[in-house]
Design a protein around this ligand. Sequence first.
Ligand SMILES: [Zn+2]
Length: 596
Amino acid sequence: MMFMLDRINVKISPDRFMFFIFFVSCLISCPAYLSAQSNNDNGVFRSPVDIDILLSGNFAELRGSHFHTGIDIKIQGKTGLNIYAIADGYVSRIKVSPYGYGNALYITHPSGYTSVYAHLHRFNIQIEEYVRRQQYASKSFAVNLFPETGLINVKQGEVVGKGGNSGSSLGPHLHFEIRTTDNEKPQNPLRWNFDVVDNIEPRFHNLIVYPLSDGATVNNVQRKLLFSLQKSGHNYKVKNNAPIKVADTIGLGVYVNDYLNKTYNRCGVNQLKVFVDDALTYFLELNELSFAENRYILSHMDYALKVDRNIKAHKCFIDEGNHFSGYKFSKERGRVFVAPGDRKHVEVHAIDAHGNKSVLSFTLLGVDPVNANQNIPVARVLKPGQTNHFENDDVHLVFPSKSLYTKLNFTYSSEPGSEEMYSKIYHLHDKHVPLHQRFNFTLEAPGVPNHLKNKLYLASVAQNGNTSPVTSKVRYDKGRAHTRVRSFGRFALMVDTIPPEIKPVNIYENKDMTSEQGISVKITDDATGIDSYNGYINGQWVLFSYDAKNDLLYYEFDEYLPQDSTLQLKLIVSDPKHNTSIKTINFKRSEEQTNL
Ligand SMILES: [Zn+2]
């Protein structure tokens, strides 16, 4: 039976699909066969572009707060390149947002996968018209639509949109994903036979060694050390090849990237393996991700290196509160104990999605541990896997059980706030330590005047005194402010009473707009940011799209533009603290030229 299923998997193609479905439904009570099925769809998908696939980002590479859930395909540095459906299917979701994926299209295929095309400039005409109808019906630019199955069907190779730079994209590219439809888990698209040329092996940049136990040292110091490397072919050694002296229990980390042919971009590795004296102690494999787990990256990577130097390095040991399922095997969660006098030979293997491999090797030499008697003032010990509280006269913190990745000697202090602050500045532990789940943060803030109580927001305060908003979701009650945050650092309460600014770009009072294609305005808000934006012409809501990264609102003249001889634009823009700006501008547009 297993043999028969394997044969069918290899041969599966669209015309055999119905037979396959029938066959799988016969096996529905046997999940092992189903998972075998979901791993093989070779030959069914075509490329989403009609140019060579060059990647500026690959699957699972380390990003700021997530593993990258797709591949980034270059589109010749411009918007407007055709984007194609990789297989027959139906449009199952369309999301339009000023942030994140921008204009994103989801196509569900009969083989059990959904392909995702993000940062699009436009959708094809049929989809574009459907989206615009929904936007006008809901009077909202941002929409998240789930068209009924069969409403918008697409054929393999059909143009579904134009490549672009919408959302949080930093340059034109196609962010492309393949997810399993039933659980939305992103798969490594390079497991299918997309034509990506890669015969370049990963490159190690640094080895990092961490003292993990109380008496642990690395080359006689009680802090982590970064080692420079020297390369010879596919093999890397620590510079000068001297053994690294370690005491007690240490952890390893590597700063490593992958590179692909014909592109300069740094990509990520697919596998990392650590061998200590030839025995596997750690195995990371990144072929499948899960949105529910993606924040574990903060624990997986060296978060302090990322905060201080924007270096995204893999830790090869697993924090207690890290439940990422990319770890396929580990011994002692990747921690290595070295007894005094012991020599251990270590190899780290970095392997990319095409099987290209580099090997870093070095020797650990055990020395005596030190007596740990650090006199750091500790406010309270906090532990992962349990609810933790911290309370004093000024603050009350409640950490849910999934907040912490490791045990913490929590530190706390406070200092007087500046004139524009409505609380002290609270120093909550250390911004170099990541958190998984938000904690409840209640802080004393007596003396907030009544009219400012709904204008409060929490700001983070840098060492130089500069402030930036953390969250505008602050509830004020009986002299205390309640909010939730997901990072440590220095915080204070501030107020936002200043409405957003609206600056016309191509329109002014009484302008004849006949020769213009649409209306552009710039909107900005200094403190808490833009929350809502609505444009009306002669009282009719019209679709202003919002390009948040460029602070631009744009209305392209369409059939909803009133056909009156005099026109008045009214824009209403608010921040999350209900500070609102309204701007009205009269303009003209002659009808006979509208259709030119
Ligand atoms: Zn991407």
